[in-house]
Design a protein around this ligand. Structure first.
Ligand code: 4AD
Ligand code: MG
Length: 438
């Protein structure tokens, strides 16, 4: 293995064009394949933008050089200085005639997982060697798109006057009733990993920050092993003051719109690699009330009682009948968490909403209860002890404006935009019921 020294890549594969013909470039990457025909050899070099061909010619390069470059193990990392030459027989239209190269990272053989092998490895094998799995262009494409989605959301937040915050992930109380908490030992105290920044982002509404967003981890000790659930996911959260649920939904639909728009612009080739496409949603997104959903579900031949949460079967019916992204609004108050504001003129229903993509929930949000007495009552109604929420309730006692917000699962949105069927495809190192490593 050789030190990198002052060698630096000056071109990615995709940056090389006919403008570079006959000039020298420095490229770097992984050896994807070597085809040695005896007197001539073709070495495929891959970087994050594509694959190029290095052509080694025994007569031209000499025996030693030729042997050294053709006997490298697949997936070793090299840096190459060479001349770009037109070659009509290569798909890219050019090849590189190497002048010098350095081996900067040797790969062991055999590989735990192939990068270009035709045989599909199963999910566990892939995740066990995720660092190699991510070398595959169709796997990496998902994460390039994920990056665009997050940037697109941030762009909306910045434009709309939100400031980025980070709240604690080691906490003393539950946030979302229903799902289980991971416990942690915090010196002599018992602590938990936070399920959502919910309580903290609400407390920040009492500070005058007005609009905050947080993109960070959320932890859920859910037992079920599904293609939609992770035990650690990335939550995109906002909270805004002097606002109701409609204002919050307005920001959300801008985020979704911008995420799809930017993906189509920036990640055209990644979408092509994945063989997927998604239409830019028309705004405003459709709003369907919970009661209207029940009617649609009934028409679809499934019966459920008012007040129940939608089982998957019911969601599927809804997803078939309402196109793409839509909001479910005006939920039964008892079906939503304690912090959700009931309608003042009909407290049976509340200002909570979900954003759906077909049968998949991708966001929950609401206007929040900002009246501390109502908040205490709502906690008690849901079997929670207001004393345990003192740190949170205190923020409501000294001037709390009305506010609203939502939490959007980054992996759920990535799943939808990339067309992935399993949420594990949208997180680098998934945490699920069985997996804690790598
Ligand atoms: O619906 P949830 O539980 O709502 C909240 O956390 C609220 N505090 C949000 C708010 O501001 N009112 O979670 C929000 C979103 C879900 O819609 C889903 O996209 C994602 O977070 N999510 C998960 N993603 C992957 N795996 C899990 N186990 C998830 N649980 C929730
Ligand atoms: Mg929800």
């Amino acid at each position: 293995m050789e030190p990198l020294g002052d060698w630096r890549r000056n071109k990615f594969v995709s940056d090389i064009s006919s403008d570079d013909f006959e000039s020298e470039v420095t490229v770097a990457g992984w050896i994807q394949d070597i085809r040695n025909l005896g007197g001539i050899a073709f070495i495929l070099l891959r970087d994050r933008t594509g694959v190029l061909q290095l052509t080694a010619i025994k007569k031209h390069h000499g025996e030693d050089f030729f042997r050294k470059i053709t006997t490298l193990a697949r997936e070793s990392v090299i840096v190459v200085k060479g001349k770009v030459q037109p070659n009509e027989q290569v798909a890219s239209g050019f090849e590189i005639l190497p002048c010098e190269f350095k081996v900067v990272g040797v790969a062991k053989t055999p590989l735990p997982l192939g990068v270009v092998d035709k045989v599909e490895a199963d999910m566990d094998t892939r995740l066990d060697s995720r660092f190699i799995d991510l070398r595959k262009e169709e796997i990496a494409a998902v994460f390039k798109i994920r990056s665009t989605i997050l940037a697109a959301c941030r762009e909306v937040f910045e434009k709309e006057g939100f400031i980025e915050v980070h709240t604690p992930k080691i906490v003393a109380t539950a946030t979302e009733g229903g799902t289980a908490l991971f416990q942690a030992q915090y010196f002599e105290k018992k602590a938990y990993l936070n399920q959502s920044p919910q309580l903290y982002k609400q407390m920040l509404m009492a500070t005058g920050f007005d609009r905050v967003y947080e993109i960070g981890p959320a932890f859920r000790a859910e037992e079920h092993d599904t293609t939609r659930h992770l035990n650690e996911f990335t939550s995109i959260d906002i909270e805004m003051a002097f606002a109701d649920e409609e204002d919050a939904m307005g920001i959300l639909e801008k985020c979704v719109y911008n995420a799809v728009l930017k993906t189509r612009e920036v990640n055209e080739s990644d979408m092509r690699i994945l063989g997927t496409d998604i239409d830019i949603p028309a705004l405003p997104l459709q709003r369907v009330t919970y009661s209207e959903c029940l009617d649609i579900i009934k028409e679809g031949g499934y019966y459920m009682n008012w007040g129940e949460d939608f089982p998957m079967e019911a969601m599927k019916i809804l997803g078939e009948r309402i196109p793409d992204f839509f909001f479910i609004t005006k939920w039964p108050t008892k079906s939503k968490p304690f912090y959700t504001q009931p309608f003042e003129d009909n407290p049976e229903i509340c200002r909570g909403f979900d954003l759906q993509y077909k049968e998949k929930e991708i966001t929950s949000g609401a206007q929040r209860v900002s009246d501390v007495n109502l908040l205490k009552r709502r906690l008690e109604e849901q079997g929670l002890n207001p004393k345990e929420f003192k740190f949170y309730l205190d923020a409501f006692e000294y001037g709390m404006p009305p506010h609203a917000g939502w939490g959007l699962g980054a992996e759920r949105l990535t799943m939808i935009i990339t067309g992935m069927q399993n949420i594990r495809e949208c997180v680098l190192f998934p945490r699920d019921r069985k997996r804690l490593v790598p």
